[in-house]
Design a protein around this ligand. Structure first.
Ligand code: SRM
Ligand code: SF4
Length: 519
């Protein structure tokens, strides 16, 4: 949906690109682009508009594109995971996948000319990559153990699929919500442990009882960016746990955000364009009023408390399900990195031991549900578990890392490789008596959510011995789950080569770690 020109507003660069031609317009031009060759297509189409289809040109690996899917709730089935593995298999060593911090999948190594065929494959297995980048609603996150968690309050999977369908036009692309002032993140939590970091989503629904009816309290405006990290604030409303009510509310918020982006100045400055700026600019009362106007009816006041009462689970290991006799088993995927063989093997385990489902988590791990009690032992002796452990060492277990230098041109460090190496070294040296969630992110955009970690590491250039070298800024104190809070910057720059020593001391001083006896 094009934004009408208003001569009194100075549109930012990206808004001008969108005003010239809608992002989704490239869908109809794909065949022509392929005929031309990616090297010859317009820069705005190549680097920006193709992201509306989930196709990302990577300046670090020109000619090898990244495809960002949508995996609402992180729920995949065997057929889907196998299809994704087959897609990257054809690219040999260049073909990799990542589980993202929004429990989603990105595929890499993709050749431009293969995209139409890949889109057909995605359609065949019920997946889409549409509207997964730029000024769109990103992958919708929810509890990765929905439907199997014994403590669950609301199974939000169907609701989430309906919401994705409404936003994306059943996966075909929906101009109605394809030109927001900026990206927008939505999370819907049906469990008690806030497994999806509600507080850093632009819109988040948290389970809450109102007059003994189960529904959600709504919080809005959470986000992280290079300029600012903000916790969400209460919208002051409650919505019943009914699919249509939730879809209508989210769509109304999106419409209000979209339609007021111009008049409220959001479309002028991209650094001040996330939903929070509208909520703060208007105040919560007016924001609610505008959303109610859009809906055409009033919303109920928020319930006094929500039902988030548990520490955040990491879901690794074997856990009994609400269905007697069955277990969900969480596997650690080192730094979320997948290759075709690993994906085939995960799919096989889900097929042979489970009910064919694979779930992804925002910690970039995988869960296989519905493993019967009498199959758990056999499952645990599968060779894949040597790589994807159910009980990794403390630091490796809770590691989260963004893409980093290998593929992302914003990155100042090679996050995934360093994160794994540092965790392995310190796990070998220390006994650490408690969970320590280390979040690595390659630049201030903070895709790896440094502010959510017990320890957050953000790529930076730092000065050492008179030279600029690769380093990190350090955050501490991030809390997730019940009592969530953002971490704070405590060290403005340490060289990567000095990091293991510094982290070892931090773990000893602040997390009760002790040195393992030398063997
Ligand atoms: Fe992100 C931009 C990767 C989650 C904040 N993010 C990018 C780009 C697209 C930059 C680019 O064009 O190269 C990165 C693509 C690199 C690549 O090749 O993979 C990128 N972001 C990622 C992923 C893949 C990190 C990961 O390894 O998991 C995550 C994909 C999620 C998904 O499936 O959709 C990812 N990004 C996040 C999160 C975490 C979250 O959503 O919980 C954040 C912080 C939360 C938020 O957005 O409020 C995040 N990414 C950003 C920002 C800063 C946004 C802002 O308002 O300024 C950018 C830059 C931008 O949008 O201008 C960015
Ligand atoms: Fe790239 Fe920076 Fe995001 Fe990491 S945090 S994926 S380096 S944009």
């Amino acid at each position: 949906m094009a934004v009408e020109a208003n001569p009194s507003v100075k549109l930012n660069k990206i808004e001008k690109v969108k005003a010239e031609k809608d992002g989704l317009a490239v869908k109809a031009e794909l065949d022509q682009f392929i005929e031309q060759g990616w090297e010859n297509i317009d820069k705005s189409d190549l680097e920006l508009r193709l992201k509306w289809l989930g196709v990302f040109f990577r300046p670090v690996t020109p000619g090898q594109f990244m495809l960002r899917l949508r995996v609402p709730h992180g729920c995949l089935n065997v057929e889907q995971l196998t299809a994704l593995a087959e897609i990257i298999q054809q690219y040999g060593d260049e073909g990799t996948g990542d589980i993202t911090t929004r429990q989603n999948i990105q595929l890499r190594g993709i050749r431009f000319e293969d995209i139409p065929t890949i889109f057909k494959t995605l359609q065949r297995v019920g997946l889409t990559s549409v509207q997964s980048g730029m000024d769109n609603v990103r992958n919708l996150t929810g509890s990765p153990v929905a439907g199997v968690d014994p403590d669950e309050l609301i199974d939000t999977r169907e609701m989430m699929q309906k919401l994705q369908d409404a936003i994306t036009g059943n996966g075909e692309g929906n101009p109605r919500f394809a030109n927001l002032p900026r990206k927008l993140n939505i999370a819907i939590e049906g469990a008690r442990d806030n497994s999806i970091h509600a507080e850093i989503n632009d819109i988040a629904l948290l389970p809450a009882y109102k007059d003994e009816i189960l529904g959600f309290n709504v919080v809005v405006g959470g986000y992280i960016s290079a300029q600012r990290a903000a916790m969400s604030v209460p919208m002051g409303v409650w919505v019943p746990a009914e699919d249509q009510a939730v879809v209508d509310l989210c769509c109304a918020i999106l419409s209000v955000y979209r339609d007021n982006g111009l008049t409220e100045g959001l479309r002028e400055n991209r650094a001040k364009a996330r939903l929070m700026w509208l909520v703060e600019g208007w105040g919560e009362a007016k924001f609610r009023e505008e959303v109610e106007k859009e809906l055409g009816y009033g919303l109920a006041d928020a319930a006094p408390t929500d039902e988030v009462s548990q520490d955040k689970k990491d879901h690794l290991g074997v856990h009994p399900q609400k269905q007697a006799g069955f277990n969900y088993i969480g596997l650690h995927i080192p730094a979320g990195r997948l290759d075709a063989d690993l994906m085939f093997e995960l799919a096989r385990l889900a097929d042979v031991y489970g009910n064919g489902e694979i779930r992804l988590t925002v910690e970039q791990n995988a869960i296989i549900p519905f493993v019967p009690d009498d199959r758990v032992e056999a499952f645990l002796s599968e060779p894949l578990l040597e790589t994807c452990s159910v009980a990794p060492a403390t630091l490796s277990r809770s590691l989260v890392s963004c893409t980093g230098k290998a593929y992302c041109n914003f990155a100042m460090i090679d996050t995934k490789a360093q994160a794994l190496a540092v965790a392995a070294q310190l796990d070998a040296e220390l006994d650490i008596p408690q969970r320590v969630r280390m979040h690595w992110t390659g630049c201030p955009n903070s895709c790896g959510q440094a502010q959510a970690g017990d320890i957050g590491l953000m790529g930076a250039k730092v000065r050492k011995d008179g030279k600029m070298v690769e380093g990190v800024k350090i955050f501490t104190g991030g809390q997730v789950g019940h009592h969530s809070k953002l971490g704070e910057l405590v060290n403005k720059g340490v060289a990567c080569e000095d990091l293991p020593d510094l982290l070892r001391q931090m773990l000893i001083d602040d997390f009760g770690a002790t040195l393992k006896p030398a063997i």
